[in-house]
Write a new protein. Structure first.
Lengths: 134, 387
């Protein structure tokens, strides 16, 4: 069993550099304005290579979640969760919810990305934004 | 517009598989009976004998993704007019296309896999498949790894939306264990109950151990020839009535189609294509063979191909049933969960054997049509075998 690794393609490098600085940037298409994830050489809608690395809001909504009960990596000891988050800008990213967890379904809960050290690198995690009491 | 160009231009005339249980027993005892090429060669010999053809009749060769085409052809001593590599479903479709184009007449499709004895990993830092499917490895920094976890993420959302319960999902594992328990070559010979399922460990919640496929060694082969030649070979040929494919590649790594529509549009598009080509509908199918690396493929396919209404697969599985004892039989030899994990190859063989009527205790009565489907990572493929 090994340590989990980043897939570092050519287009991933600027994103991970921004994560290292604690503020994730994704490519925003210069043609249609859409954000794309994972980073890619062209926009999948209009094939434009014109893009600007743009900070995201770090806020999003949980689309789904799982709990791992089997260990696959030295640095992720079960039970632990993975969450699929749709960012306000549109892209879906996978992260891990830390701290308080919603009771019942996690779907639709609002979260915020935070940045922390893990296995010798900086990466994002997610923190639940509890609904304000009415 | 109807497209029946490929309907009944080719037929399966020979099928073969290795002794999965024997291989399983030997591998678990620490032996390495065969490498992948060896398993494929064993299966090819059986399929060739089953067809009654001679090796010199084979003029096309399509090899599964786990063996190298060049070495496979060398080991089998096959010099051919058409060759290629493909997964189970594409090997069938490519064979039909090559035959239809007149490039060759009789194609051997062969597959061998030593994944158990070679200790292949489907998750973790050396997970296989990442070169072909970025989603299998891209989210590893967050511990999100293994194809099972991808389907767990997908199916959690489906369960929350549809209300399908774990006990309803258990119907898949329970039915397929029933089937494998009456299939002599299947690995899992003992039935399980819904209670056994619910008491089993989670691997990646909401999926339990029984939702996951086996990982075992083995080989499968089949031989496909022209419809005209098949007619001269006695009554055991099984024509291919329809084939279809529709892929959702957009947003594959970020799981957009997985999480927002459960690949439903891909399956619906293929359903229209394949049923139209074959001139039949879901009501004409006597059994289904569904690619089941995980149990949750089954409810999604039942909805995608129109066997039940969207959102009602849980109720369908519980009330109508999906076994040879009750309802619409699915994965009649046990599938990947309980027969053998041959990555869709054994499903083709089982479909052919059901239409031939040679399945013994698990035989579906009067089986005129068997429908195969898969939706691996959003690539939906469908094949209809029939009399």
């Amino acid at each position: 069993m090994g340590i989990s690794k980043i897939v570092m393609g050519l287009d991933d490098k600027p994103m991970w550099a921004s994560i290292e600085r604690g503020a994730m940037e994704l490519q925003k298409c210069g043609e249609c304005g859409e954000f794309r994830y994972p980073p890619a050489p062209v926009c999948p809608h209009d094939l434009s290579a014109d893009a600007t690395w743009t900070p995201v809001s770090d806020k999003g909504t949980i689309l789904s979640w799982v709990i791992f009960h089997k260990q696959y990596f030295e640095d992720h000891v079960p039970p632990y969760n993975s969450v699929a988050i749709q960012l306000e800008e549109g892209p879906i990213v996978v992260s891990q919810l830390q701290g308080d967890e919603p009771e019942g379904s996690w779907i639709g809960q609002r979260v915020e990305l935070i940045y922390a050290e893990h296995a010798g690198r900086t990466q994002h995690f997610a923190r639940w934004l509890k609904p304000q009491a009415a | 517009m109807a497209n029946n160009n490929l309907a009944k231009v080719a037929a399966v005339v020979g099928v073969g598989n290795t002794d999965y249980r024997g291989d399983w027993t030997r591998v678990r005892a620490g032996e390495k009976p065969r490498d992948s090429v060896g398993y494929a060669a064993d299966a090819f010999k059986i399929a060739l004998a089953d067809s009654g053809l001679r090796k010199s009749d084979i003029d096309g060769l399509i090899v599964g993704p786990t063996t190298a085409y060049d070495r496979m052809g060398e080991v089998l001593g096959l010099d051919v007019k058409w060759g290629g590599q493909g997964d189970a479903m594409l090997s069938v479709i490519q064979a039909v296309m090559a035959i239809n184009a007149g490039l060759c007449e009789t194609v051997a499709c062969v597959y061998g896999n030593n994944q158990r004895s070679a200790a292949v990993n489907y998750g973790g830092d050396n997970a296989v498949g990442g070169g072909n499917f970025l989603s299998y490895v891209y989210h590893a920094p967050w511990g999100f790894t293994s194809q099972g976890a991808l389907y767990a993420m997908m199916f959690r959302r489906y369960m929350e939306e549809s209300g399908l319960t774990s006990a309803e999902l258990a119907e898949v594992s329970v039915a397929q264990r029933l089937h494998s328990s009456i299939t002599p070559h299947a690995l899992m010979q003992k039935r399980i109950t819904v209670e056994d399922y619910l008491a089993s460990n989670f691997v990646c919640e909401p999926l339990h151990l029984y939702d996951y496929c086996l990982v075992n060694d083995g080989g499968v082969a089949f031989i496909i020839t022209t419809a005209d030649r098949a007619k001269t070979m006695g009554g055991r040929a099984v024509p291919i009535h329809g084939v279809g494919r529709h892929d959702l590649n957009s947003g594959a790594t970020s799981m957009i189609p997985r999480l927002t529509n459960f690949y439903l549009p891909a399956q619906q598009a293929v359903a229209a294509q394949v049923f139209d080509m074959a001139g039949v509908g879901p009501e004409d199918m006597d059994c289904l063979q569904i690619y089941d690396s995980f149990s949750c493929h089954i409810p999604l396919a039942l909805e995608g191909y129109g066997y039940c209404k969207v959102g009602e697969a849980g109720k369908f599985m519980r009330e109508t049933g999906i076994s040879v004892e009750k309802g619409l039989p699915v994965n009649t030899a046990g599938g990947h969960l309980s027969e053998s994990y041959m990555q869709g190859w054994a499903h083709q063989v089982e479909a052919v054997r059901q239409v031939r009527g040679e399945c013994g205790a698990r035989q579906v009565p009067d089986c005129n049509f068997a429908h195969y489907s898969s939706d691996v990572a959003g690539k939906a493929v469908s094949i209809i075998y029939g009399k």
